[in-house]
Design a protein around this ligand. Sequence first.
Ligand code: SF4
Ligand code: SF4
Length: 472
Amino acid sequence: MSLPPEQPPEPRIPLGHGATFAPRFASGDGPDYDNVLACIRCGLCLSVCPTYATDGVEVQSPRGRVALIRAWQEGRLELSPNLRDHMYHCLDCRACQTICPTGVRVGELVLGARAVAESQRRRGAVAGALAGFSLRWLLPHPDRLEASLVPLRLYQRLGLQRLVRGSGALRLLPGPLAEMEGLLPQLPGRPLRQELPEVVPTSGVRRYRVGFFLGCVMTLVFARSSRATVDVLTANACEVVTPKEQVCCGAPHTEEGEFEEVRALARRNIDVFESLGVDYIVADCAACGAQTKEYAHLLCDDPAYAERARAFSAKVRDISEFLVGIPLRRPLGAVPRQVAYHMPCHLAHAQKVREAPRQLLRLVPGLQLMKLNEDDWCCGSAGIYNISHAGRADKILARKMDNLRESRADTVVTGNPGCLLQLQAGVRGRGWATDVRHPMELLAESYRGGAGEQLPPLDGEKVRIDSGSPTD
Ligand code: SF4
Ligand code: SF4
């Protein structure tokens, strides 16, 4: 009697469909199926993913997230609260995109998946009201944003913050409130938007007319840093134009998959900056820079804005990227500090600007750059991740702080407000004296120490500014 032919075993990991398959939600803001298919499951990305390093499970890795999205698109998985949560566990740090050999854009795929999940979601009354309040009522309106911080400023001025922190009452606050309070730094007396003249002239002959994209958190919380950015620009032959009508870049809305809101904000910013006749648009917030560089892609199907969005995004530069591409005055005053540079994910991975800030810091006399291990590893801030996923964010921050301690730096610098907040909280929580600064603050401090000779553009950064169009 002959035995039946042996059947091949069922594959343990379903291989899924191929390029000819018609997937779900492959158009619009949903995940790009072709890019999903580009994942060859090599696992290289696992070594750089902070959530995989923290949790050690496949679904918390870039490869796992791509597999989930693919199964969902191919109908092998249905949207569930669990699947939605998995999409929000990603930090969108994009470290996986830097290392992926086949160009899988995992962070972007996850944002696309969030957009689909949100479009199919029936939020409860409270959650819906909160999202509507923050994303649609508050963030797009600078005046309302500024007014919303008045109670917090009073809370600090009246000494209540000292009382709350000193008495241990923080532990009595519900989770997210305690996290938010723990992140709150000393607020400036007034938002920079209210103080900064719309046009700040250069002290010498004008070479460039630069539009300043003043981010929401920068004006409200890190006014000193953005003031330093303006000072560095004007010290380098730039006239700085900061229109008061500009609005939020849309980064918070992107993280929540609210792409229509982002497009509305993008159109408003394009309208505002277009009329200014600026040579470049400079951001000192890595998240704003990354987001505004995306306007061209976001509005590519809008007949009225596609070309204008391309022109807008082509002018956007991170402040460090801009400065290394123009003839620079040499900073002269000594800034005797031992400095570690933490790379913001939205600068290093999203914009691919990695060396420019360090190139600038090396010019400062007396400043010693210290080695920071894993300098491009996320700090755990990631928008509101440190509030919504506080436990995991704390573990990710702990790894950063261990590296910072080993660097023996007395100052850590970084060019993104979320990272500044997170690192400040890390330093405060450990009782360290480490100073947390934006790179422009150290550069401005050095410029205040004297007027130097003019240097040619620095070399070495991938993204260079073209010869430009000096306005004078
Ligand atoms: S996302 Fe890229 S690096 Fe990660 S497993 Fe897929 S192909 Fe490899
Ligand atoms: S974006 Fe960051 S957190 Fe998300 S999968 Fe990639 S490396 Fe992991």
